[in-house]
Design a binder for this molecule. Structure first.
Ligand code: ATP
Ligand code: MG
Length: 487
């Protein structure tokens, strides 16, 4: 299908071009924007490269359009940003980079557009269109999408357009040099392969494998940005299995790599937990865009290698892997500089609880067991159920359907108990403050003992979930502990 750029974008580029001409310079739209439009994945993130000072161009443009308040400059990086509506425009100066061994900081000089394209990571990311050419074509009414992709001359020194049509990720120059200059590019190659469902060219792949150890010098923050983009892609297993094959996984997430094995003893093997985990992540991804639910899928069995035992009578066991896994989540998040807030807590919680719903697949399951799970999972119960359903991986379709059917029943029971008891986001009707006031106590262990007893009694169904029932129960508990209410 023939595509041109959206007219709104063309107008924006023409406005930019007017400033470019006034400054008697040259500037180009380059990189992701051009790539994504040729692929038919329109984007509003625009990268502009100017052969003179990119910050000066941004400022002059902002002045001319009375939007100086939208201009942000980062002079130490030579970058300026402007936000206009949905557009985010980044301006840089064209540069020529030369790296020396053992330094991540390149020697940077002013360069031409060709120099700048040479420092780009992949052929498909080096595509550029001159802003002046856009303006000229618009004025002459000759935007011709038949003869050019997007209707404009795309400057494509390394065959990026062909690579886009062949779905290939390839470096513009010697891959060893590209990856050694900035080893993050290895993760970017994998990320683009996963996001776009492209192949990495064999020699580029080989070079990644050879240079994989160099990823160690890259900051965890930069690595995690790419890792999260892999996790957010439609089929994260593409990127994750590439990371494993290219030796990046064992350097970034060795806890995952270690799961890529099958032990056999007395003729009994266990499943390969690495590939099982990838399937679970893809299953989750089919049903949900929730990034942290995908992380929970990645981590759900992470405690297995550390808890693996062989018992003569039953074979391989992984007792307590959910508890060990929960602890590992925090360590891994800390190491990868992932957020340690509620997102990490969500992932740990799901890892800890991921075996619980399966234990409820039983006709004799009591309401109190359901209540307990509802209380512990709280508002994340639906995400937990999605994870558990995704965890069913078997080649046998009948088996999968049978297990899924079991969860339909568990969901029904959960909904029933929830409708009655409203346990999502539930707090027991009596809190520590009331207990202290009733018995004239300072904060101490006894307060916690009574509080827990009340909560347990309600969850077990021994008393009703009401203030009055809990109050009476509290007075009784106090008596047992030798406490008298004051009043
Ligand atoms: P997206 O924004 O969808 O993640 P993108 O290709 O726009 O993809 P950015 O990180 O926004 O990626 O970078 C913009 C452009 O800058 C890229 O297209 C590429 O040309 C260049 N680039 C970014 N990071 C690097 C790098 N580490 N090495 C070389 N070139 C890079
Ligand atoms: Mg971008």
């Amino acid at each position: 299908m023939v595509k041109t750029l959206p007219s709104q974008d063309i107008d924006l580029f023409c406005n930019l071009a007017v400033t470019v001409e006034a400054l008697q310079t040259e500037a180009y739209v380059i990189g992701g924007y051009v790539r994504d439009h040729i692929l038919g994945r329109p984007s509003k993130d625009i990268d502009i490269v100017c052969v003179d000072d990119g910050i000066v161009l941004a400022r002059e443009y902002a002045k001319a359009h009375n939007i100086l308040h939208e201009l942000k400059t980062y002079s130490q990086f030579g970058v300026a940003m402007i936000k206009i509506g949905d557009y985010e425009i980044e301006f840089v100066s064209a540069r020529k980079e030369s790296y020396t061994q053992d330094s991540r900081k390149p020697k940077v000089e002013k360069g031409s557009i060709s120099d700048d394209q040479l420092r780009r990571d992949f052929t498909i990311n080096a595509l550029a269109i001159s802003l002046t050419e856009i303006l000229k074509k618009k004025e002459a009414h000759i935007i011709d999408a038949q003869s050019n992709p997007l209707g404009f001359d795309v400057i494509d020194p390394f065959g990026g357009i062909e690579d886009l049509s062949k779905k290939i990720i390839r470096t513009p120059t010697d891959p060893d040099k590209t990856f050694s200059d900035d080893p993050l590019r290895m993760m970017r190659a994998v990320r683009f392969a996963s996001q776009l469902n492209f192949e990495i060219q064999p020699s580029t792949k080989e070079s990644i494998k050879k240079n994989a150890h160099r990823i160690d010098i890259v900051s965890k923050e930069r690595i995690s940005i790419e890792l999260n983009k892999i996790m957010a892609s439609k089929q994260p297993s593409i990127g994750l299995s590439l990371m494993e094959d290219l030796d990046l996984m064992k350097r970034i997430l060795p806890e995952m790599s270690i799961m890529n094995e099958v032990d056999i003893k007395n003729g009994k093997g266990h499943k390969n937990n690495f590939y099982h985990t990838l399937e679970v992540i893809d299953n989750v991804a089919e049903n949900s865009d929730h990034l942290w639910l995908r992380w929970a899928a990645l981590m759900h069995d992470i405690g297995k290698p550390r808890t693996k035992r062989f018992e003569e009578s039953v074979g391989w066991t992984f007792h307590g892997h959910e508890v060990v896994g929960e602890r590992m989540v925090k360590q891994i998040f800390r190491r990868l500089k992932l957020p340690l807030d509620h997102k990490m807590k969500f992932v740990s919680k799901l890892v800890r609880l991921h075996l619980r719903p399966i234990a409820l697949v039983n006709e004799n399951t009591t309401d109190s067991a359901i209540r307990r799970l509802l209380y512990e999972a709280g508002e994340d119960i639906d995400q937990l159920m999605l994870l558990c359903e995704a965890d069913i991986t078997s080649k046998n379709k009948d088996k999968v359907n049978r297990y899924l059917q079991n969860y339909v029943e568990v969901r029904r029971r959960i909904n029933e108990v929830e409708a009655r008891d409203k346990l999502r986001n539930w707090h027991p009707p009596i809190d520590g403050a009331i207990i202290m006031k009733t018995f004239n106590l300072k904060p101490c262990k006894t307060v916690g003992v009574i509080k827990t007893a009340i909560r347990e009694a309600i969850l077990d169904g021994d008393i009703e979930n009401t203030f009055d029932a809990a109050y009476t129960f509290m007075i009784e508990q106090g008596k047992i502990l030798g406490l008298e209410p004051i009043n």
